[in-house]
Design a binder for this molecule. Sequence first.
Ligand SMILES: [Zn+2]
Length: 609
Amino acid sequence: MIPEAKIAEIRERSDIVEVIGEYVTLKRAGVNHKGVCPFHADSDPSFNVNPSRQFYHCFGCGVSGDIFKFLMTIEGLSFIESAQRLAGRYGVELPKQEMTPAARTEQERAREALKRRRLILETAAAFFEDNLQSPAGAQARELIKERGIDDEIARLYRLGYAPDSWQGLLDHLREKRISATEVEAVGLALPRKGGSGYYDRFRNRLVFTITDPSGHPIAFSARVIGSGSGGDGRDPKYVNSPETREFVKGKILFGIHAARVDLSKTREAILVEGNFDVVSMAQAGFRNVVAPLGTAITDDHAIILRRRVDNVVVMFDGDGAGRKAAARAFPMLAKVGLAAYVAPLPDGEDPDSLFRKGGEEAIDSLLAKKKGLLDEIIRSSAAASDGSAQDAARRIGKLGPFVAAVQNHMERDVYRQLVADEFGIDPRVVFSHLRGGGSSTTGSQESGAGREETSIPGTTEERELIGLMLDQPGLCGEVEERGITTMIVTRRLQKIASDLILGYKRKEFDISEMLSGSGDDSAITWFAARAIKPLFKEEETGREALKEIEQRMRGTFLKQGVRELDQQIRLANAANDYHKVLELQRGRTEIEKEITYAHQAFDKDPISD
Ligand SMILES: [Zn+2]
């Protein structure tokens, strides 16, 4: 846990415009800075950053938050991680956790070791990149050129060349005082068999740098150059670094760092099989593309994607293995609430070969034809059935776990219906056998991948009141004294109003903090939009508006009181309790009088809405 005071200090010292400016080109517009939203397909700049209030808001898609939330969303970090990153950047010293000296030394040591491993991997990545540009890298460059990959994309994915030598990398690293055992520990060298010393793991190969989501190199994936060159086709096409502490294949997606902005902008990921597919897709203009590193899609992969997108389009190779892998990915993706689609490649093609033959247009038109992944799984299973009852029953049974993985109730029913239709059997049979499923793993995911419709919270008066308090904090004292906030009935708005009063009393009006911890409900969306556009610029006009708002709220409040009394009167009547009826009616008359009085005051000063 980072103490509140430290969080406040980080917020204070961070420059939200500078940080967001690294992802979005911002232009000054009045009190705000404006840019094209990184979280939705935005054409006009609807993304606003308010430096004085230290938060951002998009009028297109409704996202808002503070600097922490921005980093969490765009980089897929946890709150602590984003706080640590900002603390490091802006020189805020975080308190050392209370630990025994031994534990502290251990943590210190682990941090130093990680730093060292990063340095080695970064130096190696740069070495491979330099080699690609050297005369020795000519063949590798040729291979990249054949694929239609230009320099910009090659640099983006940090493509490199491992020279045809037993210790090119080892020698280079030794000059930088990095020992062979250290190189072995990060997976880049192997001990010589039956002797002393080490040799380079990757030789004469095209190298893809695998990074973590923040862009630190953690491993390499190396491809043979030319078909069967030197190895009688016995060399495996790809060799990856071995798994290390930082590199666990089932938890890493190739291209995740390069894809980060486009993933959050489109809320969609394109999943391909191979490294070259990712790079070719980027060359074709699609940067929201990632690939698993030679493994099936895991739960961890799905979670990594879910933190960044709502939809996944699976674009695996157009062969039996590719189609099987796509089907196997479905339950993983559906379980975390991702909407899964498939863009089925023609037989024998992969995204890379399709791009080479047909360019961007071919990729574009393939993506335009994407279909629901489960729809396709069901259809192809039915199409492959031999028509016998036995085979149909077996196939429908196999579809059970797929349908069960769908998180949304209604969608699940639609899929059951589809199964019945495709196999041409009575839906009741399917419904009684393919039961269950849903929220077993994630609980509150029923709303699925969709974003909530942003509805406007509360009544006009409630919103006007809060807007006023926001623009003219000086009026918060009067608002509280006159008990106006007690008439707010919308609970989320009530909370916002009391936070504003609290901030006023503490003399720190921290809008971004109010926005940060509160989730994405419609009240916060509305509040953020209101906060970015001040309406009452002078306290005096604000005070007049406050009077009107108060009158109207009092009117509504009293009418509500009358409605409640009417209800009690009905109950008392039904119970033949005439004493109570009389008493209640007297109370009602009092309130009616008050309403008339309020109306008179109100009518003197009519308000246009
Ligand atoms: Zn937006």
